[in-house]
Design a protein around this ligand. Structure first.
Ligand SMILES: C[S@@+](CC[C@H](N)C(=O)[O-])C[C@H]1O[C@@H](n2cnc3c(N)ncnc32)[C@H](O)[C@@H]1O
Length: 185
């Protein structure tokens, strides 16, 4: 009986240590990024994909792809296009890899900082990033993206670039994902 209690006690401590480590791991992914992992609402994924105007030759980059739901929605609409997600935080990155485990063709997740990645293969880009990060990213986008690349931003705009179109998603006030801004590079 004493042994049983001891084993239960040890297992409880191990579980508590693992849970604490996971929470710290998750929190660190929020602390060290200027755009924490807050997924765009799943209900607007079809509108995002429509706004991107994907075709068979599209190469869509989601910069800060989270758990990859936008790319997965794009892939189900246009399976022949190519999809690349770049995500710096481990937790959403691993979630994306897991969600895509059965259909990895044309779909790649890269765990990296998008400032360090070559973005030139993209001809479609999706971002859901805070304005400060968007503005820091603009020079790199202007340098690397091919002329004609279409970028869709959820909610936030660049300070120094005008959108060609703004789509109001008619969502309730104070909800996330209320508009899409379309940019042409
Ligand atoms: C607001 S979430 C959006 C997630 C996803 N795009 C979506 O629509 O659901 C922003 C994501 O960008 C990631 N991120 C922020 N800065 C990054 C960077 N420099 N490189 C790669 N990922 C970054 C964060 O970890 C976070 O998961």
């Amino acid at each position: 009986m004493t042994w049983l209690l001891l084993i239960i006690y040890i297992l409880t401590i191990i579980t508590a240590v693992i849970a604490t480590a996971l929470v710290l791991f998750w929190e660190s992914s929020l602390i060290f990024t200027r755009a924490p992992f807050i997924p765009s609402p799943a209900v607007i994924a079809p509108e995002i994909i429509d706004a991107l105007e994907l075709d068979e030759n599209s190469v869509l980059y989601d910069l800060g792809c989270g758990e990859g739901h936008v790319l997965l929605a794009g892939k189900s609409k246009q399976p022949k296009a190519k999809f690349v997600g770049i995500e710096r935080s481990w937790v959403p990155y691993l979630a994306a890899k897991y969600k895509a485990r059965e259909d990895g063709r044309n779909l790649e997740f890269i765990r990296s900082n998008f400032f360090k990645c070559d973005l030139s293969p993209a001809n479609r880009v999706f971002v859901y990033l805070f304005p400060g990060l968007m503005n820091d990213l603009l020079p790199k986008l202007q340098k690397e993206l091919k002329p004609g690349t279409r970028l869709v931003s959820c909610d936030f705009e660049f300070k120094d670039k005008q959108p060609v179109k703004i789509i109001d998603l008619n969502r309730p006030k104070n909800s996330l994902g209320r508009r899409l801004l379309i940019y042409q590079f």
